[in-house]
Design a protein around this ligand. Structure first.
Ligand code: NDP
Length: 295
C-alpha cells in the first residue's frame, strides 16, 4: 500500500516568513521606516490572546513594527470605531487586524467595514472581497491564500483540476473557491445542505476542508491521488492526560493511503495563516508607499 505525502506547512511557513523578512529589510532600506501591523484585541478570550501574542512575536521577528491595542470586553462600538479611525489615519500603520470574535454587543461587520481597505490585511472588507471576486488585485484572506500557496507548491499549475471546497464561510470557504477559480480550477462548494457529499468530494483532484467538524471527511471519500488541504482545527478531549488533542476535518490516517498529499493538523495550514498575514502587511506597506511588492 502506498502512503501519500504529508505536506510540511510549518516548514513552508518558515520559508515564507524568511522571504517576508528579506522584503521588509529592502522596504526599510528604501523608505527608512518599518512596515507596521496593528492588532486590536477586545476582551480576555484566552485563545485569542495566545494567537495575538504569537502574531506580535512573529511580526517583530520579520523586522516589522508590532502595535497591540488591548481593550476591555465592555468597550462600546463607538469607542472601537474611533480606535479604527485613528489607526486608519496613523502613518506608521500599514495593516490593521481586529481579532475576531468580538463581544456580542459589537457588530463585527460594522467594525470590518470601518477598516481602510488598503490596510485590511485580513482581507475581510467587502471592497477586498469584491476585488477578489472580480479577479482584481486585492488583499486576500490569509488562511485560503496560505492553502493556495501550499497547493501550488505541491501541484504546480492547477489549471483544469476539479476542486471541491467544503465550507462556505466568508473567511475561508468562499475566498478559497474564488482563488481556485482564478487558477482555472473547476470549483464546487459543498456545505451543510449538500446532498451526498461523499460522492461530491470523490470527484475532486483537490479537496479543501474548512468545516469545523472533527474528522468528518472519511478516507474513502477521497479520490485516489487527490491532494487534500485540511483547514479544520478541532479539539478532542479524548486523551488520558486530559489535555486533549487537535484534529482536522479529515480523518487523516484513513485518507493517507488514498491521497497524493495532505496537510496535517497541527502543522499544516495553521502556521501558514500568520505567515501570510505578514506577507499581506508587506504588500499593503508597498502599496501605500507606491512601491511594487516583491513576488
Ligand atoms: P464556519 O463555521 O464559519 O463555516 C463552516 C462551514 O462548514 C459552513 O459553510 C457550513 O455550512 C459547513 N458545514 C458545517 N457542517 C457541515 C457538514 N456536516 N457538511 C458539510 N459542510 C458543513 O467556519 P470557518 O470557515 O470559520 O472555519 C472552518 C474550520 O477552519 C474551523 O475548524 C476553524 O477552526 C478552522 N480555521 C482554521 C484556520 C487556520 O488558521 N488553520 C483559520 C480559520 C478557520 P453552512 O454554510 O451550510 O452552515
Amino acid at each position: 500500500m502506498t502512503i501519500g505525502k504529508i505536506i510540511d506547512g510549518k516548514g513552508f511557513a518558515a520559508g515564507l516568513r524568511a522571504r517576508v523578512g528579506e522584503g521588509v529589510a529592502a522596504f526599510v532600506e528604501e523608505t527608512g521606516r518599518k512596515p507596521g501591523l496593528a492588532v486590536v484585541l477586545v476582551g480576555e478570550d484566552p485563545a485569542s490572546a495566545v494567537y495575538v501574542r504569537s502574531k506580535g512575536k512573529m511580526t517583530v521577528e520579520v523586522g516589522m513594527e508590532s502595535m497591540e491595542f488591548r481593550r476591555p470586553a465592555g468597550i462600546s462600538a463607538e469607542e472601537l470605531l474611533e480606535l479604527i479611525d485613528e489607526l486608519n489615519h496613523d502613518e506608521r500603520v500599514d495593516g490593521i487586524l481586529v481579532q475576531l470574535p468580538l463581544p456580542a454587543h459589537i457588530d463585527e461587520r460594522a467594525v470590518i467595514a470601518a477598516i481602510d481597505p488598503a490596510k485590511d490585511v485580513d482581507g475581510f472588507h467587502v471592497t477586498n472581497a469584491g476585488l477578489l471576486a472580480t479577479g482584481q488585485e486585492a488583499l486576500v484572506p490569509c488562511t485560503p491564500l496560505g492553502c493556495l500557496m501550499l497547493l501550488k507548491d505541491e501541484l504546480g499549475d492547477l489549471s483544469g483540476m476539479e476542486a471541491v471546497v467544503i465550507g462556505r464561510s466568508n473567511i475561508v470557504g468562499k475566498p478559497m473557491a474564488q482563488l481556485l477559480l482564478a487558477e482555472n480550477c473547476t470549483v464546487t462548494i459543498a456545505h451543510s445542505r449538500t446532498r451526498d457529499i461523499a460522492s461530491v468530494v470523490h470527484r475532486a483532484d483537490i479537496v479543501v476542508a474548512a468545516v469545523g467538524r472533527a474528522e468528518m471527511v472519511k478516507g474513502d471519500w477521497i479520490r485516489p491521488g487527490a491532494t487534500v488541504i485540511d483547514v479544520g482545527i478541532n479539539r478532542l478531549a479524548d486523551t488520558e492526560d486530559g489535555k486533549g488533542r487537535l484534529v482536522g476535518d479529515v480523518a487523516t490516517a484513513e485518507a493517507l493511503p488514498h491521497v497524493r498529499a495532505i496537510t496535517p493538523v497541527p502543522g499544516g495550514v495553521g502556521p501558514m495563516t500568520i505567515a501570510v498575514l505578514l506577507r499581506n502587511t508587506l504588500v499593503a506597506a508597498h502599496a501605500r508607499a507606491g512601491l511594487v511588492a516583491p513576488a
